[in-house]
Design a binder for this molecule. Structure first.
Ligand code: ASP
Length: 579
């Protein structure tokens, strides 16, 4: 891009090449590197677009003081470089200076402003504007921009309207704590910042909007982590007259479109499993399917065969690790030791090697009949060359098996080989409610506006835990990328669910009166989903830390280190709120 109009530059620092040799140019940018070789000096000048090498002789430089990150404007002539640099687009030329002007000086930066920096996260957060000058962060922001354009293109083309919803609202129970904002005019009253636009998007559907989306900031007062910020961005969507399948089919297309456009990756058809199968097969509702290994229940089998050893166990589960029978016994022992020592706490486990020549080896051989071991091999569909683990114990060990599975995968060094593959998965039919022992009440598994499965609704009084909902999560490589549901659109079902969540009639009126009122006016069936935008970008780049993809993120304790927020409020301000 040529900027001939500007007095600051005729070209940017990333565009000059061999064809420009002989041209007189003006460039502006920051000094990235300065090499004074005595008779001549080299400068690498950097702007948003790239780096150009400048050169001038000793005679030329008068009394100008220069240093790293000084902002300079230079005039000069493009010449061919003697020693070329094939790594950068401008590597064949340099600019021989005739004039140099310091537009702004700089103190020495706290870390190297280069692709590889010595800055730790704390100082990169504190001086985020300097961090943004670095390619890795700048490119992440460009990527974020490009993805948001593709999202808008795709959804707009498919009839979605982007509509903004308010930021100052009331608290809605969506599973996290809300941030509150005191009202000055209505002293003693508070707004809440939205955990998501959930109810507003539903009200838009009641308002006759056919399809809605918004790339929107959401706020949750939770502990931050590398993959969670208290202030984050969702791609929030809602549609009328849809069932679960309609939503899954459409948003599978959407995700495939983004992967194709941004990474040129053609995703395979998404796998779909129910929540209860996910727990049974992987011990988690967020399984990483890059690794084919899954658990198989052996309860019926061991009871049927009357194997004494397992008779009294609540649960027996097996897992096959393909092509790992040659894995050294000491390493297997170290996995088992790790399991025993960590809070995973599964102690009862044994392993079985099924060698390529179909012979077996297991420390359990002395205690079990060979036919029983063979039966495990058959049942777990193991092939010669596989390694098998069998766990036995209490039902609750199920929750810990997922950690074991991931640990096993790490141990087996498979992670690296598979890192570039993307394996999306829809998990469906989550429970509607779960018992919370702390508050001695049911809590919604997703949120209180999720429609139960019609065929389960009769269980709501006697067996609320067994009611499944019309809900779904999108998991890619073990990361929850999105989640949503078909919503309740019937007033009495909404009332029933709110009552089951422990809200009194009075509370329902005061907290959800507006919703119940809207339910009187012909609510259309509707459903939707929200994707974590920051997480999606990080995943596309194969990274975990979403901070790298947010211009001004908070640290893991919710602080903005650059502006030092949160901060105390001046007394005068406080008084204003409470006067
Ligand atoms: N509002 C929900 C959430 O933020 C997503 C949805 O149900 O559409 O998790």
């Amino acid at each position: 891009m040529s900027l001939s109009q500007s007095s600051y530059r005729t070209h940017n620092c990333g565009e000059l090449c061999k064809k420009d040799i002989g041209k007189k140019v003006v460039l502006s940018g920051w000094i990235q590197k300065l090499r004074n070789l005595g008779s001549i000096t080299f400068i690498d000048i950097r702007d948003y677009f790239g780096i150009t090498q400048l050169i001038f002789s000793k005679k030329f430089k008068k009394n100008i003081e220069l240093g790293k990150e000084f902002l300079i404007k230079v005039n000069g002539k493009v010449v061919e470089r003697v020693s070329k640099n094939s790594k950068i687009p401008t590597g064949e030329i340099e600019v021989l200076l005739s004039r140099i002007e310091v537009l702004n000086s700089s103190i020495s930066p706290p870390f190297f402003i280069e692709d590889k920096t010595d800055g730790d996260e704390k100082s990169r957060m504190k001086y985020r504007y300097l961090d943004i000058r670095r390619n890795p962060i700048k490119n992440n922001l460009k990527l974020r921009h490009n993805i948001s354009i593709e999202i808008r293109n795709f959804l707009s083309k498919n009839g979605f309207l982007e509509i903004e919803t308010p930021m100052l609202i009331n608290h809605t129970p969506e599973g996290a704590r809300s941030f509150v904002v005191p009202s000055r005019i209505h002293s003693g009253k508070f707004y809440s910042l939205p955990q998501s636009p959930q109810l507003f998007k539903q009200l838009l559907m009641i308002g006759g909007i056919d399809k809605y989306f918004q790339i929107v900031k959401c706020f949750r007062d939770e502990d931050a982590r590398s993959d969670r910020q208290i202030e984050f961005t969702q791609i929030d969507c809602e549609m009328v007259f849809v069932n679960v399948n309609d939503v899954l089919i459409f948003f599978e297309k959407f995700i495939k479109y983004i992967f194709k456009k941004i990474k040129n990756i053609q995703l395979e058809p998404f796998t779909k499993i129910t929540y209860s199968d996910a727990i049974k097969m992987y011990g988690t509702d967020k399984p990483d399917l890059r690794f084919e290994i899954k658990f198989l229940e052996l309860n019926d089998l061991v009871q049927e065969r009357g194997i004494e050893f397992f008779k009294k166990k609540e649960l027996t589960i097996g897992i096959t690790i393909p092509k790992c029978s040659s894995y050294p016994c000491e390493k297997i022992h170290s996995i088992i030791e790790w399991m025993k020592q960590t809070k995973i706490g599964i102690k009862d486990i044994f392993w079985l090697k099924y060698f390529p020549d179909k012979t077996l080896f297991s420390p359990m051989s002395n205690f079990m009949k060979k036919e029983d071991l063979i039966m495990f091999i058959k049942h777990l569909k193991a092939n010669p060359g596989d390694l098998l683990f069998i766990f036995y114990g209490k039902e609750k060990m199920r929750n810990q098996l997922s950690q074991f599975r991931m640990k096993l995968i790490n141990f087996l060094k498979k992670l690296k080989e598979n890192i570039k593959i993307f394996k999306p998965l829809w998990v469906t039919d989550f429970p509607l409610l779960e018992w919370n022992n702390k508050i001695k009440r049911y809590k919604p598994f997703h949120h209180p506006f999720t429609n139960p499965k019609e065929e389960d609704l009769h269980l709501i009084k006697k067996n609320p835990e067994n009611v499944r909902s019309q809900s779904y999560d999108l998991i890619i490589n073990g990361v929850e990328i999105g989640g949503g549901s078909i919503r309740i659109h019937n007033k009495s079902i909404q009332n029933l669910i709110l009552k089951h969540l422990g809200f009194s009639v009075k509370e329902i009126q005061s907290k959800f009166g507006f919703l119940i009122r809207a339910f009187e006016y012909g609510v259309p069936p509707h459903g939707g989903i929200a994707f974590g935008f920051d997480r999606l970008i990080a995943l596309l780049e194969g990274k975990k830390n979403i901070k790298e993809f947010i211009a001004f993120p908070k640290n893991n304790s919710g602080k903005d280190l650059m502006i030092d927020a949160p901060s105390f409020l001046e007394k005068k301000k406080l008084n204003e709120l409470y006067s």
